[in-house]
Design a protein around this ligand. Sequence first.
Ligand SMILES: [Zn+2]
Length: 238
Amino acid sequence: MTDPNDLDPPLRAAIMRIRAEVCTLHALLPANGLVAWTAGNISARVPGADLMVIKPSGLEYAALTPESMVLCDLDGHVVDGRYQPSSDTGSHAYVYRHRPDVGGVVHTHSTYATAWSARGEAIPCVITAMADEFGGEIPVGPFALIGDEAIGKGIVETLDGRRSPAVLMRNHGVFTIGKDARAAVKAAVMAEDVARTVHLARSYGEPIPIPEADIDALHHRYTNVYGQQPHADGADGT
Ligand SMILES: [Zn+2]
């Protein structure tokens, strides 16, 4: 384990900021009904370094503090932390190694999205909010065992060439990516929301597909035209 006091002061400051940010964002998972007990995790890349900060394994959400977050390298090894990192650390690290554009990764077993994953069924793009945020269906990734980087490989391979920041890992749950951890949390909240809506729609009939050209137009507007301010969260009509 590296002594964090050996790191440059600007890097130490960045790590402290990311620890606080990742800790604060974790509160959004239970607040949005996305997790039960200690399930779920968030990580963030430390900008300018081959490092990431991730949730400690097995701690209850109410007990999380910035200091309890675990600093790891991008091979998933602990650099600084009092606790063992999340059992998904190897997979988060794999995503950061293979996707330099990704600054945050979120994982939940949120109910409706995980129900789609249990059927191995992609969520079809049948509402405009989905076209906005996901630019198409939310795809299904392969079944993979927890504990090494197999899940990360499945995430990277499934999302390659797609606009969706979310993937349903078969028989498991949802993983989302973003330019930062906050964007990945937003995608996790939206994935559960659309999973529930499309589930309800299909319970009562056959959802109407949105033509591909309209999905493209909606996604383009949402990502390039709507909300120029940093952290603008609104979708259509908000
Ligand atoms: Zn899981």
